[in-house]
Write a protein that binds this ligand. Structure first.
Ligand code: GAL
Length: 392
């Protein structure tokens, strides 16, 4: 009988210990750098260390970027015990040494895996090795895991990602969990309790059409995002060379309006001053990192011309005008009206009194001097204007 009493608390403890994701992670959208968009499989230790150095020296770290994530192709096989094996030629000191180096720079380290048998580039996947891999990642000091969705044949997405979530939790190291199943199974509907971010679409590429098309697909997803659980419209292409500076400004602004994870994907060691200025625009980043954690909603959609509103903490808000067209547009913008717009209970944007606020242009870094509440504004092709209503 005594023994039985002794066992009860333990049994109870295990019964109530819920499998869950780590609390307190990614309270604002994760910010960092990922190797895939620019380097694909062509990654090696020296390159990744160089990116960590540049993250610090370029001012990106000061602007809030913290994760350095190696994407596909760091792994080559499994050993006789099923342990994942890193490419020894490309990572001669092993992954733990790389993680240690990144940590020594005050940054965090992320890695890539895949829920299926193989990754998208044909490297070993996590299927059947979730708990083993999670323990390995914890041992190496991994802070962020992106898990892809290739070679999953008939696997169920929700249970596959739940399995990895539980494995990470059991391994005991808080690791931000990024689901990368391309929106195929509407992860926004079920992934909140599983991961910290989930891809909502297929892959981005470095072109205006790809970027703006992905942006358009985020329109109905605002209600699913919030602190600890974000819609991920994929990583940034800013600085990769195939969009104009204006288009990169638009790309970056829209991602910040969406409260999207900000994973730079360019060569941080060789940034033009223009691209650096885009990626480190703190006033724009503040929109993304606002602690209210609301994704912008579309207030007016005139096709090529749209107005997006993002509610911010402290009863402030951001308004973004977007010209998607190939022609210049001149629009009459009524700030008194915009201040009053409450974009619905769901998005939490409230009606403000214009006289209590100043209106700041976040690219010009200037407050507007509004002689009249409505003014004409020029929008060049593929551009944005973004304003913040700041309490006086
Ligand atoms: C894709 C994923 C990309 C990248 C690539 C690696 O499925 O969406 O972001 O990770 O796999 O092979």
């Amino acid at each position: 009988m005594k023994k039985l009493f002794f066992l009860i608390p333990f049994t109870f403890f295990f019964l109530i210990l819920p499998a869950q994701k780590f609390d307190q992670l990614a309270k604002t959208p994760p910010m960092g750098w990922n190797s895939w968009n620019k380097y694909g499989c062509n990654i090696r230790e020296s390159l990744i260390m160089g990116m960590a150095d540049a993250m610090v020296t370029s001012g990106m770290k000061d602007a809030g970027f913290e994760f350095i994530v190696i994407d596909d192709c760091w792994q080559v096989s499994r050993d006789e015990n099923g342990e994942i094996v890193a490419d020894k030629e490309r990572f001669p000191n092993g992954i733990k040494a790389l993680a240690d180096y990144i940590h020594s720079k005050g940054l965090k380290f992320g890695i890539y895996s895949c829920a299926g048998t193989k990754t998208c580039a044909g490297r070993p996947g996590a299927l059947g090795h979730e708990y083993q891999d999670a323990r390995t990642y914890a041992k190496w000091g991994v802070d962020y895991l992106k898990e892809d969705w290739c070679n999953t044949s008939s696997q169920d997405a929700k249970s596959s990602y739940t399995n990895m979530r539980d494995a990470l939790y059991a391994a005991g190291r808080p690791i931000v969990f990024s689901l990368c199943e391309w929106g195929s199974n509407k992860p926004w509907e079920w992934a909140g309790p599983i991961g910290n971010l989930w891809r909502t679409t297929g892959d981005i590429s470095d072109s205006w059409n790809s970027m703006i098309n992905i942006f358009s697909q985020q329109k109905d997803l605002a209600k699913y995002a919030g602190p600890g659980h974000w819609n991920d419209p994929d990583m940034l292409e800013v600085g990769n060379g195939r969009m104009t500076t204006e288009e990169y400004k638009t790309h970056f602004t829209l991602w910040c309006m969406l409260a999207a994870p900000l994973m730079a994907g360019n060569d941080l060691q060789n940034m033009t001053p223009e691209n650096k200025a885009i990626l480190t625009n703190k006033e724009i980043i503040e929109l993304d990192q606002d602690t209210l954690g609301r994704q912008a909603t579309c207030y007016r959609d005139n096709g090529d011309y749209q107005i997006w509103i993002k509610p911010l903490g402290g009863n402030e808000k951001a308004v973004c005008l977007l010209n998607k067209s190939d022609e210049k547009k001149t629009v009459l913008v009524d700030f008194a009206l915009l201040s009053q717009v409450s974009s619905g209970r769901r998005s939490g944007s409230t009606s403000l009194k214009l006289e209590d606020y100043r209106v700041r242009d976040l690219w010009d870094h200037k407050d507007l001097t509004l002689k009249e509440p409505a003014i004409y504004i020029d929008l060049i092709p593929h551009s944005v204007k973004v304003f913040r209503f700041i309490k006086k």
